[in-house]
Design a protein around this ligand. Structure first.
Ligand code: GLN
Length: 284
C-alpha cells in the first residue's frame, strides 16, 4: 500500500483532468463513479506505478487511444495499437452514408479498402448483420487488429458470416469475380509535407495510413479508377478525404463516369466524404 489515493494522483497530474481520469480508470479497472466513491482509498503501489508510467508517456505525446489500447467508434469499443489509424469521430459519417446506400438491398456485399483497425467494416457489419463484408489492408499487422476487433465485436452467427480479410493493395489481390454493392474507404490522404503529420497524435500513428507521400490524392485516385470494375451495376463508392479535397475528389468521380456525385459535410460543416454511383441499378 502507498499513501496515494486517486484524488491525490488526479490533483497532482500535469495532464488535462479528463485524460488523467481515463488513464487512472484504465490502470485501476474502475468506472468513473468509482473514481468518486473510492477517491480517498489508499492505492496499491503497482497501479500507482502503472499510472505514473502512462502519465509520463502521455506528457511525451503518445495518444490516449494507444495508451489504453482502445477507442470508441460508432458505439463499439475497438482495440487500437500503433499499427493502425486511431478511429476518428468524423469517419462515422462514412459509415452512416454507406448504411443509407445499403438500405433496401438484402445481403449486400461491401468492400472496405484500407481497413486499419476495421472500424468501418466492423461498424457496417454490426449495423447490417446480413451484409457480407470484405476488408483489405496492405499491412498484415493492421489486419490482425481488424480481425481481433471483428471477433470481439460481431456476433459469430451473424447471417452475413465472418468478415473476409484480404492482404493487398486496394483491389489487386481480391478474387477477380467479386462485385460489390458498396465500396468504402478512408485512405491515406494527407499530402506530403503537411505540418499536421508532425503534430499531436499523428506523430505516433502509422505514417502509411496518413499520407501518400505525394499530393494527397494518389490513393483516392487509385480507388476511384479501380471501382467501376468492382461495383455491381448501380453500385456506389464513398471515400473520406481531407477538408480541402472535396472538389478534387468529385472531379475524379465525374471524370471516371460516376453519376450522382456529391459530398457530405461532417458535424464541423466540412465536406468530409464524397461519392457517387456507377451505372444503373437493375430493378429487383
Ligand atoms: N483524418 C485524419 C487526420 O487528419 C487523416 C486520416 C487519413 O489520412 N485517412 O488526422
Amino acid at each position: 500500500m502507498s499513501e496515494l489515493t486517486a484524488d491525490v494522483l488526479l490533483r497532482a497530474s500535469p495532464l488535462p483532468a479528463l485524460e488523467a481520469r481515463i488513464l487512472l480508470m484504465h490502470v485501476l479497472g474502475w468506472r468513473r463513479t468509482q473514481l468518486i466513491t473510492r477517491g480517498d482509498e489508499a492505492l496499491d503501489a503497482a497501479p500507482v506505478a502503472a499510472f505514473r508510467a502512462l502519465e509520463a508517456r502521455r506528457v511525451a505525446g503518445e495518444p490516449i487511444a494507444q495508451l489504453v489500447g482502445a477507442r470508441e467508434f460508432f458505439g463499439l469499443d475497438f482495440d487500437v495499437t500503433p499499427d493502425v489509424l486511431i478511429p476518428r469521430p468524423e469517419t462515422e459519417l462514412l459509415v452512416e452514408t454507406a448504411l443509407a446506400a445499403l438500405e433496401g438491398i438484402a445481403q449486400p456485399r461491401v468492400l472496405d479498402l484500407g481497413t486499419g483497425s476495421g472500424a468501418i467494416a466492423v461498424a457496417i457489419a454490426s449495423a447490417r448483420p446480413d451484409a457480407r463484408v470484405w476488408a483489405v489492408d496492405r499491412s498484415e499487422a493492421a489486419l490482425a487488429v481488424a480481425a481481433r476487433n471483428a471477433a470481439k465485436l460481431l456476433d459469430a452467427h451473424r447471417p452475413g458470416g465472418a468478415l473476409s480479410f484480404v492482404a493487398g493493395s486496394w483491389y489487386d489481390t481480391l478474387d477477380a469475380a467479386l462485385r460489390f454493392e458498396v465500396i468504402v474507404s478512408n485512405p491515406p490522404y494527407i499530402a506530403n509535407g503537411d505540418p499536421h503529420l508532425d503534430q499531436g497524435d499523428l506523430r505516433f500513428e502509422p505514417r502509411g495510413a496518413l499520407t501518400d507521400e505525394a499530393d494527397g490524392l494518389t490513393c483516392l485516385r487509385a480507388i476511384v479508377d479501380g471501382a467501376p470494375a468492382r461495383l455491381v451495376a448501380g453500385g456506389v463508392l464513398w471515400m473520406e478525404h481531407g477538408y480541402d479535397q472535396a472538389a478534387a475528389v468529385r472531379a475524379l468521380l465525374d471524370a471516371r463516369g460516376f453519376a450522382e456525385v456529391r459530398s457530405e459535410q461532417d458535424l464541423a460543416g466540412i465536406e468530409r466524404i464524397s461519392g457517387g454511383r456507377f451505372g444503373t441499378r437493375r430493378p429487383g
